[in-house]
Design a protein around this ligand. Sequence first.
Ligand SMILES: [Zn+2]
Length: 414
Amino acid sequence: MKYPALLLLLVYICLQSCSEKKPVDRMTDEQLKAYANELAHKYIIADGHVDLPYALVEKNYFPTSDNMDTIIRTGKGNFDYERAVQGGLTAPFMSIYIPSARQLLPDMGKSLADSLIDIVHGIAQHLPDKFALANTPAEVEANFKQGKISLPMGMENGAPIGNDISNVKYFYDRGIRYITLSHSVNNQICDSSGDTAPRWNGLSPFGKEVVAEMNRVGIMVDISHVDDSTFYQVVKLSKAPVIASHSSCRAFSPNAKRDMTDDMIKKLGEQGGVMQINFYTAFLDSAVDNNNVKNRVALKKLLDEKGLTPDDPEAKPVIEQFEIDHPWKTTPIETVANHIDHVVKIAGIDHVAFGSDYDGVDNHLPVGLEDVSTFPNLIYVLLKRGYTEEDIAKICYKNMWRVWNAVEKTAGRG
Ligand SMILES: [Zn+2]
């Protein structure tokens, strides 16, 4: 009786482990979609970059007790509460975005940064049963357990630090948990991938101090947008792992110098960092971008010939007809999965995550990933490609958490 019992035990163990590792093999397409939706709500989904605050500023919107419907159900843009709940998005990093033009002002964008932060605080204050601020992974987890969406914040462009290093701590105290060192123009901290010529050949002397100070106070260093030279200096200099909050793979999008080369992806992985894939079609596929750039130039020429600007009421039918004749190209959702596969192949499963850029990319998004309600669609594609539940959990938040916790630890906490 001894051997049959052992055999049965082995069969049982095998069945158990098979069912844990590959439940998808036995699922119909509908079951797989339901499973993807279940995982999207079982785990926190962190998104490295959502441009809601700046999109609100552009509409002259500031949260008050009687205008919160705008946040709950706009139906417009890519983010609102109802669609975030539907998609399982529970930790969208609110981008405190400082356009490069603002860095030329005397305060280098600091007052804009403060008002964007105030907007995020206002949302949490006026909808306390739906949203909450979050300064650590543990706080996001506590909010998640209470069914609330966390609003951690990252500042896109370090210009508002100005030339005063104490501003790093100032922004930490206001809740900023990552800083993208530059936007698309060189600033006082570093060279940007979007500028025409180098100013510092990487980090400025002050920029090196900023990275050290960010490590000291516990702000994640974000290398999205920076020039390659800046990237290589940052990964050497930073004592804590770094993030790319919204960057894709340059292998598929050679036009996008703000995307990461294979060598950069490898170095980021070796440094322990995480790369959050941007969903903007131009950063996913340069063939699509080339078509859309051509359209944009042709449309501008057409409007110029008619003496119109895009905002003129008479321009509306012209633009509509042009877009029928020259449709914008887009990419399928699988393109994003290809970028995720690519990072996994180069750096491993522990170094990839989501950084959608929702509300910052004029609706040029892949089919099936149009807004924050669509995360389950992407999880479904990943499951179909053989990603396990644990892989999905890593991509959704665990990889990001590892870096954020390491940054906390470097700063002497956690
Ligand atoms: Zn950006």
